[in-house]
Design a protein around this ligand. Structure first.
Ligand code: FAD
Length: 448
């Protein structure tokens, strides 16, 4: 029987196992952690992710999209909280379009269950098996059991490294291959999560179906809803050397004062913020680029190949898209893995680069521009154009989050559109045209 090894039972590895088992492979997944499904779920409550169109497409490709419905909370737009606590709402797309908040642990557990159910005896997940090396050419993975210390060797026809941003396959084996390119860039900002609990009756303290943002120029707080009425909030901020940076928040007093001053409406919802500040660690954010992604019988997928910063909510979605594309290539090349890997990496590397560029760009958007009146007017103008000419004008955010247009194309289209729209805004008083109901006439004159 055809055999495959997957290193990492995270989001991408668990989904990819489903593809392989459907294609008749016997799959062994080696996961360094214990089984997440046996861990206190509260531990997994902290991180949630925005799941969007590319994720749905990937799940549809193997017929499992209905499984996500019950754990996905639609967020139809952004709610912006200004310094005085005033709210502004910006829909993400057209009526009914949403991105979805999913718990990272929840979706990972679900995917592992699906993999084991669909794969039956053909998918085996081995926990506490930490990859410590690999023979890339011959499809061999070496592990050490984190509980027993026993070392093992797994050999199969083909190996998929889905072991995340700090992939052991990549740093222990690929980086030793001649001419392997590798670049790791930490941005100067880190993040800390804060859990905003539900009201006592279980209701939400903020509007449920929205992604909340408190943009403050050089830093920002965001909040995504959880199923139990709580919100996972994340503060993104420079580590040091700024008026507002993590190194300034040393004592409980500092934390309390900071939140009272800059996020007053949030502070009112969570006056015990200083008490829970240390509940989650301060973490760093990196963009990791490398190439080639394949060597011999081994290939990188997901974060192992193209880890990015989280500001477009596309890291997981692009990893899921890797599975969609790899699945299509598997059919196209009739499981000739040399051809599949070659086309996969040539197709996907520019896409990984584009996701990384988009993610960094959206960091500036979320941090700085979403509170800029000019930016808000531009978004309003673009939405109106899209409403009048759907299909003819698709804003960048829509292309990335609500379509499967390649990221490279979306990035290029976005740049051209931005220049075009800014040019129009310089020539016309768009705000006035909105207030005098003449905006549609202008748009018609431009697009009809
Ligand atoms: P992972 O999910 O990291 O899984 C890797 C797996 O490999 C893990 O189970 C790990 O235990 C295992 N592993 C690691 N090393 C070894 C080893 N040596 N041996 C065996 N197993 C090993 N993406 C989005 O699409 N939307 C979002 O809104 C979003 N928000 C984010 C917010 C934050 C703060 C961060 C940090 C990321 C966010 N992301 C988001 C990105 C997303 O989390 C990642 O892109 C996604 O988890 C990548 O999936 P993966 O399967 O490639 O890697």
């Amino acid at each position: 029987m055809k055999s495959a090894t997957i290193v990492g039972a995270g989001l991408v590895g668990s989904l990819w196992a489903v593809h392989l088992s459907k294609a008749g492979y016997k799959v062994t997944i080696l996961e360094m952690r214990s089984d997440l499904r046996n861990v206190d779920i509260a531990a997994g409550k902290s991180i949630n992710l925005a799941f969007s169109e590319r994720g749905w497409t990937a799940f549809k490709a193997v017929g499992i999209d209905s499984h996500v419905n019950d754990i996905a909370i639609p967020m139809y737009g952004r709610t912006i909280h200004d310094t005085k606590g005033n709210l502004t709402y910006q829909p993400y797309g057209q009526e009914g379009q949403a991105i979805y908040s999913v718990s990272r642990a929840g979706i990972n557990c679900k995917l592992m269950n699906i993999a084991e159910n669909i794969g039956a005896e053909n998918i085996q997940i081995l926990f506490n098996e930490k990859c410590i090396g690999a023979d890339l050419k011959n499809g061999i993975v070496h592990t050490e059991n984190t509980k027993t210390g026993i070392k093992s060797k797994f050999e199969s026809n083909i190996v998929f490294a889905t072991d995340g941003a700090f992939s052991a396959i990549r740093y222990r084996a690929m980086q030793k291959v001649d001419r392997f390119e590798y670049n790791q860039h930490y941005i100067e900002d880190g993040y800390r999560e804060i859990l905003l609990p539900a009201n006592e009756d279980g209701s939400y303290k903020l509007e449920k179906n929205s992604l909340h943002i408190w943009p403050r120029g050089r830093f920002m707080l965001i909040a995504l809803p959880n199923e139990d009425g709580s919100f996972t909030c994340t503060l993104f901020m420079p580590f040091e050397n700024h008026e507002f940076s993590f190194d300034k928040l040393k004592s409980k007093n500092d934390v309390e004062h900071f939140f009272k001053e800059v996020f007053s409406d949030f502070y009112n919802l969570m006056p015990n913020i200083a008490e829970v500040w240390q509940d989650h660690p301060l973490s760093s954010l990196a963009i990791i680029k490398c190439y080639p992604w394949a060597h011999g019988k081994t290939v990188l997928m997901g974060d192992a190949a193209h880890a990015t910063v989280p500001f477009y909510g596309q890291g997981m979605n692009s990893g899921f898209e890797d599975c969609t594309i790899m699945g299509q290539l598997m059919d196209k090349h009739d499981e000739n893995w040399e051809l599949i890997f070659d086309e996969y990496q040539k197709m996907r590397k520019p896409e990984g680069d584009a996701v990384q560029d988009l993610s960094l760009h959206n960091y500036y958007v979320m941090r700085d521009y979403v509170s800029d009146p000019k930016f808000l007017l531009q978004k309003k103008f673009e939405r109106r154009i899209e409403q009048l000419f759907p299909g003819k004008y698709t804003p960048l955010y829509t292309q990335v989050s609500f379509t499967n247009i390649p990221y490279t194309e979306a990035l290029e289209n976005g740049k051209q559109q931005d220049t075009y729209i800014k040019g129009i805004m310089e020539q016309h008083d768009i705000e006035k045209l909105f207030s005098t109901d003449k905006i549609d006439a202008l748009i018609n004159s431009l697009f009809l």
